[in-house]
Design a protein around this ligand. Sequence first.
Ligand SMILES: [Zn+2]
Length: 449
Amino acid sequence: MTTLFDTMTGSVTQLINPGQEAFSLYVCGPTVQDRPHLGHGRVMATYDLLRRHLRNKGLAVTLVMNVTDIDDKILTKASQESTSYQAVAQRYEAIWWETMDLLGIERPDATPHATEWVPNMIAKIQAMLDSDAAYVIDDGVYLRVSRVPHYGLLTKQDFDQLQPGNRVEVNPLKESPFDFVLWKRAESTEPGFDAPWGYGRPGWHTECVTMSTEILGSSFDLHGGGMDLIFPHHENELAQAQVLGVPFARHWAHVGFVEMGGEKMSKSLGNTLDLTDAVTRFGGRAIRLAYLRAYYRSPLEMSDATLNDARSSLNRIDNFLDRGDAGDLDDEAISAFISALDNDLDTPTAFSLLFDQVRAGNTLFDRQQVGAATAKIATVRAMLEWIGLAPSQEALMVPAEISQAVEERDRAKRDRDYATADALRAVIEAAGFVILDTKDGTQLRKSRA
Ligand SMILES: [Zn+2]
């Protein structure tokens, strides 16, 4: 039985129904206005793990992740740089995917872009206006939260008792401070779209409820994101689903914060650690390991010390795998590993089982019990493959100057200029790479610390 903590019920619940063969998953993706930070990587790595786990168990998993490619922050950046919002969005989206590739995160099955779904959003907003669940005021269209049968289901708050924060800027024309914008009016000189109630742009909460249900259907298995999205984003997606009368997500899951120095990581605190930089410094697999070995709902401290430790753990695994060939799998150990993941993605237990195998395997090698030791190698390898952490699954980030040095070295070798070839080898190795001269040409591997 596969279980996961459901934010809606507040408990660990059964994720898959008996006989279920397919699994549909919607994860809130990036607003492409800046480079990804370590918090984004954790959310993506967690859902990548869940997706692989369910697929390895035999389910046909469909993952949809939106890309918000129009938003006030994107527009601000575009005007600061005197460029188009499309250019800003495309630049940061490219960096997003490159970085996620290096973390071994598989691309989603569909990546709907907000700007491509505006007509569908307009239709949804119109339906909410038609049923009197929404209203138009000077600066846009708002959802009338008083018409939502159960507002606050995810947040577990009784909004009747709540006073809106003083810091929240409230349009005095709104009927209730909790009413939220579905469509924001914009100046005709700004980027936007025509709608029956005026030129403007869709609200973010409307994007996700539209794209998830249009692609996955009015009911799908799991809606996910980071814990920072529970309120207002997911609560407000759910509010629209309620007034539209769609069943929406069967389960909700949320990934914990990444912290630095004990504070949750966010742009406003200025303590973000650039994920792309971290991947360059520590390698995608080490960061993936750092993410995955922690329980996904707990806060995760990410520092140089954490990441150095993850890298040395990874080296320990890889050095063990290099000691011999893979023998026969230990099925019992594999099934214990899978059971741990089935239990609300209990990766701390799964990793301790993995390291037990490494430790036992090293002891067996030291005692020359090679047959038994190679079984441990096969088992560790299978565990790593299950979670997308096998050495073969590493995408290598090679800086441009090193790729160029590799090409120059190949040329020098062809020219039998061995002094130059050796000098270039030294440059490449000093940058932390091992050169493998294979029959398919020169290949690089990351050297181990
Ligand atoms: Zn969303």
